[in-house]
Ligand binder design. Structure first.
Ligand code: ZN
Length: 446
């Protein structure tokens, strides 16, 4: 494995972004050109290459959204300070009375607001629902509200501080599957608490967004030879966010896999290799979910393992391995995931490089595989999380700074890579894929 080879693919992806408005997001020409590039490389390397198309909701913010109290009095709230538009909100501009639904004030993270249809007993149709984060998905809450006749939603945070948020605003999504059709915004706990105690409250909710059903593609490449009932599968999402070219997220995983695939094509391997470059990961893991949903039981059973690589060259990197055995975070992967983690650990230990576990947090394309019992593993070098002093002592870099300060930003360019992390991890990926594909290591699951 050569770093030069991996960087060649990264440069190609940067050029593609440069020629296509600075990004490679699903539903844009930059994504399509990325698929063309990977397809060309993998066909040239001798793989069976196919495209799998699927639909997803292409969600975009068109401009500033509005949250305003229209009675009693007029108060205009500040976007990104008090509220933000909910990801995957339907577009819409509504003004109506606000009805709190099963809100629990006080610190805690056990609110079931809006999770049950019964929460909306007596809800006046035509009102805006004030709902609270907690227990079930925002999609369920949103659909229950719409079914009860709500015309808009304000999702307030819970009082706890351990859930993902930005400035106290829930950083969450209604999800690609949301069918409620009404606009929604997220509000801080403090704002929600004050709104829930305001008699005679009416508000305006304007979600200045578009959400259009669009087509996207996964690219799948399979070795022509090898046992089709012993498939070693590895994947990386190929799409970026709209805000930037996505050269670390996830040009890094994508490029490492292109290079590994090209190198492995020269070997005779007893097991089948299957590589996937997923579409619309940034729109809630849509491509990988679609792929797994299309497998029957036999197809699923043929996949011996799934290895995921999403951000493997963060500039202020950590060297993290998905915690298959649950030792670090208690979330155990399917049987065999512990062995995959162990093999990555073995690679780092051999090179005297420290590594740490990272939780299967549900934030990348392994999720559909894990949900269907496929042993899974992979690597990660960190996103918006902040490097600790202990980690800086271990790996170098800057404590107190994000692993990737350009995460989901315009500056995630070819300059936003740790060449050292990319080099180490490309070799780690090749090592683990080779050992499984050659049959030198076998997962003893189930
Ligand atoms: Zn990613």
């Amino acid at each position: 494995m050569t770093l030069k080879g991996v960087l060649e693919h990264e440069k190609a992806l940067q050029r593609i972004a440069d020629r296509n408005g600075g990004n490679r997001a699903a539903g844009t020409p930059g994504y399509d050109a990325s698929v063309d590039y990977v397809e060309w490389r993998l066909e040239r390397a001798g793989y069976d290459v196919s495209r799998q198309s699927f639909t997803f909701f292409d969600f975009r913010e068109l401009g500033p959204s509005v949250l305003q109290q229209t009675a009693p009095g007029t108060v205009t709230y500040v976007e990104d300070t008090d509220f933000s538009v909910t990801d995957h909100s339907a577009p819409g501009d509504v003004t109506a009375a606000v009805t709190p639904v099963d809100i629990t004030l006080g610190l805690g993270n056990t609110s079931t607001s809006g999770c049950e249809a019964a929460d909306f007993a007596g809800f006046p149709a035509g009102n805006i629902a004030l709902l609270q984060r907690g227990t079930c998905t925002f999609e369920i809450k949103g659909e229950n509200a719409a079914a009860a006749g709500a015309v808009g939603i304000v999702f307030m945070n819970q009082g706890n501080t351990d859930a993902p948020d930005r400035n106290g605003i829930p950083a969450v999504t209604l999800g690609n599957g949301y069918t409620g059709g009404i606009p929604a915004v997220n509000a801080t706990y403090a704002l929600g608490a004050s709104l829930s105690a305001t008699p005679g409250l009416t508000m305006r909710v304007f979600a200045n967004v578009s959400r259009l059903l669009s087509e996207n593609e996964n690219l799948i490449a399979e070795s022509r030879k090898g046992d089709p009932h012993n498939v070693v599968m590895a994947g990386a999402h190929l799409d970026s966010v709209r805000e930037g070219p996505g050269i670390n997220d996830n040009g890094s995983g994508s490029s490492a896999l292109i290079e590994v695939a090209e190198q492995m094509a020269k070997l005779k391997l007893p097991n089948k290799l299957r590589f996937a470059w997923w579409g619309a990961e940034e729109a809630n893991l849509v491509g990988s979910n679609h792929y797994v949903s299309q497998l029957d039981d036999a197809g699923l059973a043929d996949i011996e393992m799934y290895l995921n690589f999403d951000m493997v060259a963060s500039p202020n990197y950590g060297l993290f391995i998905y915690d298959g055995d649950g030792s670090g975070f208690g979330l155990v992967g399917p049987d065999g995931s512990d062995e995959i983690e162990g093999l990555f650990e073995e690679y780092y230990a051999k090179r005297d490089i420290p590594s740490e576990p990272t939780a299967f947090s549900g934030r990348s394309d392994y999720q559909a595989f894990i949900n269907n019992g496929v042993p899974s593993g992979g690597l990660f070098t960190g996103a918006e999380g902040v490097k600790t002093a202990a980690q800086a002592a271990k790996w170098g870099g800057t404590a107190g700074t994000a692993y990737d300060p350009c995460y989901h930003a315009a500056c995630d360019t070819i300059a936003n890579l740790s060449h050292r992390a990319l080099d180490i991890n490309s070799d780690a990926i090749a090592y683990v894929i080779y050992l499984y594909a050659s049959g030198r290591r076998v997962i003893n699951a189930g």
